[in-house]
Write a protein that binds this ligand. Structure first.
Ligand SMILES: [Zn+2]
Length: 247
């Protein structure tokens, strides 16, 4: 069962993540960039956050809806995969493929395929295989989920991973908005005492997210950026237009 549906229309760019608040940390600025360029953006969270140290799944649903409003996404929904136990199974690929056929994104953003949290790196493989399955005409989904659809481009948000990005997206105009979307998860990030050994206060979140974005911005000569990895090579039309100064 999906919850938190904001609409039932298609999107151009869909970010898929294991947990509510992952997108806010890894590619929320990029979703704001795409929205400001006129594209419809969306978020699919695979879990509902029932295993979190703080707050309930209901708290997190409310916070995720608020974050979606701040990120100006056209659609956000959450599947019901178990938080902390995201597995690449046929059942889960079916659930995600059904969403892909309904939302029909051209671009899908997944978490990078290596990392500390198993839910994150499993989502990379699960998401990729779901994108493949969504395009198979014989894949076993009822017709009400829509015609087969395979996203054109799959990108990996690599901010959690210690890898060199293929490219970065300049999010400088959106850095404050992205932080505001993350801070809407009051049950996770507000200044409070429950689980304080695990969580940092708001000021530290601001410093941490800004310094990470600054690091990736410096790699490309802009102020704040978010990093991505793509498996394909980049194609260049005109050498005169290749960005990022060499010396
Ligand atoms: Zn996460």
């Amino acid at each position: 069962m999906a919850t938190g549906d904001l609409s039932q229309t298609t999107v151009d760019v869909l970010a898929i993540a294991a947990h509510r608040d992952d997108v806010e940390q890894t590619c929320g600025g990029t979703l704001l960039v795409q929205q400001s360029l006129g594209w419809r953006t969306g978020i699919l969270d695979l879990t509902q956050g029932e295993s979190g140290t703080r707050g309930t799944a209901e708290d997190r649903a409310r916070e995720a809806a608020e974050a979606a409003r701040i990120l100006r996404v056209a659609h956000r929904e959450a599947l019901d995969l178990p938080d902390g136990n995201v597995e690449n199974t046929r059942e889960n690929r079916l659930k995600i493929a059904a969403v892909l056929r309904r939302l029909r994104p051209r671009v899908v953003i997944l978490p990078y395929w290596q990392g500390r949290h198993p839910d994150h790196y499993t989502t990379a493989t699960l998401g990729y295989e779901s994108c493949f399955a969504a395009g198979l005409s014989k894949f076993d989904l009822p017709p009400e989920h829509g015609a087969p659809h395979r996203p054109y481009k799959i990108l990996y948000a690599s901010l959690y991973a210690d890898v060199r990005p293929t490219f970065v997206v300049d999010i400088t105009p959106h850095i404050e908005t992205r932080l505001a979307s993350l801070l809407s998860y009051r049950s996770q990030y507000g200044n409070q005492t429950t689980g304080s050994a695990l969580f940092v206060p708001e000021d530290d979140i601001r410093e941490r997210t800004f310094s990470t974005a600054r690091h990736y911005g410096l790699l490309a000569g802009v102020r704040y950026a978010e990093p991505f990895v793509q498996k394909e090579v980049s194609l260049v039309d005109d050498l005169m237009m290749v960005p990022v100064q060499s010396i």
